[in-house]
Design a protein around this ligand. Structure first.
Ligand code: UD2
Length: 304
């Protein structure tokens, strides 16, 4: 088995590289190092890094050589950037996506798993969100991921390519960049608490999210690569937490009482997010998600 991970030097990708190497796989990372970092990857004889862009069809075709399984994570990952510059976002997330998909089927790849997103659901009419919840994206990013799902299903019908789109909810853990305006709330809160700064809550802090530890996401990615399930699958714990509870848990884990500041709600935010993860549990066999306090402890200790 040879695994190609596009975006493998990034946050979720590099943790999945670790999981695949731990079970003896050969891994090739294809990454343009725009947000990914070499330092996220271990020195390992079974790991190879190719620096390249997913919009470069020749480079992508070379990266597919000898590959049996693909995990496609390389993307323009910011919702806000997709709103500011939709054409640039589409060049990565539509043209780049299609370039990878087409190269995979030409190379006779057995299985392709790619990052879809909870963003395809928009503000759902009911909770929890399962995979039959109608898609209603609120951003170019969400729409691009929905079109990815449609292309992947079409490639199954036209060419017999086996694909699964993994719809990540709110992923957190070590190696997530806290300093970008698009950073996840947990990386921002950890960074500020460590720096002795107050935590800013946009709104009343009672909004909820399903926060999933990146190590559990890596296990889900590996299970998805091993499986034959096609279509899409939520990747989430099935438990949601309010920001106030998140801040309190982080305070307990770190031993530092956070100072809280309340600001206006963030434009475009959804209030509540709650995932139904039964497909992940039953069809992919992924269980034993890290409780939030355990994941926060690992994150806090890793950054120490
Ligand atoms: C996540 C994604 C977003 C999009 C969306 C789809 C990230 C960083 N964001 O947004 O790109 O895919 O899901 O539904 O992955 N907050 C604070 N204080 C802070 C930072 C955030 O109160 O310093 C709030 C924020 O207003 C929101 C909640 O925390 O209510 C979670 O914010 P987030 O950006 O981590 O994640 P989310 O689900 O809004």
């Amino acid at each position: 088995m040879t695994y190609l991970l596009t975006g493998g030097a990034g946050f979720i990708g590099s943790h999945t590289v670790d999981a695949l190497l731990a079970r003896g796989a050969r891994v090739r990372v294809f990454d343009n190092l725009s947000t990914g970092r070499r330092e996220n990857l271990p020195a390992h004889p079974a790991l190879e890094l190719m620096v390249g862009d997913i919009r470069d069809a020749d480079a992508v075709a070379r990266a597919m050589d000898g590959v049996t399984h693909v995990l496609h994570l390389a993307a323009q990952v910011s919702v806000a950037a997709s709103v500011d510059a939709p054409c640039d976002s589409a060049s990565h997330n539509l043209t780049g996506f299609l370039t990878v998909l087409d190269a995979a089927r030409r190379a006779g790849v057995r299985r392709l798993v790619y990052a879809s997103s909870a963003a395809v659901y928009g503000t759902p009419a009911r909770l929890p969100i399962d995979e039959t919840t109608p898609a209603a994206p609120l951003s170019p990013y969400g729409l691009e991921k929905l079109v990815n799902d449609q292309y992947a299903q079409l490639f199954g019908a036209l060419y017999g390519l086996s694909t699964l789109g993994v719809r990540y909810f709110n992923v957190y853990g070590p190696r997530q960049d806290p300093r970008s305006p698009y950073s996840g709330v947990i990386s921002i809160f950890c960074d500020r608490l460590r720096g002795g700064e107050p935590l800013t809550l946009h709104g009343d802090g009672r909004q909820t999210r399903d926060f999933i530890y990146v190590g559990d996401v890596a296990r889900a990615n590996v299970a998805a690569l091993d499986a034959t399930l096609t279509g899409v699958c939520n990747v989430a714990t099935g438990h949601s937490t309010s920001l106030l509870d998140l801040a309190a848990t982080l305070g307990a884990v770190s031993g530092r009482a956070p100072a809280l500041r309340f600001g206006p709600p963030r434009a475009g935010d959804i209030r509540d997010s709650a995932a139904d993860n039964q497909r992940l549990v039953t069809a992919l066999g992924v269980t034993g998600f890290a409780p939030l306090a355990d994941g926060l402890r690992r994150l806090w200790d890793a950054a120490a």
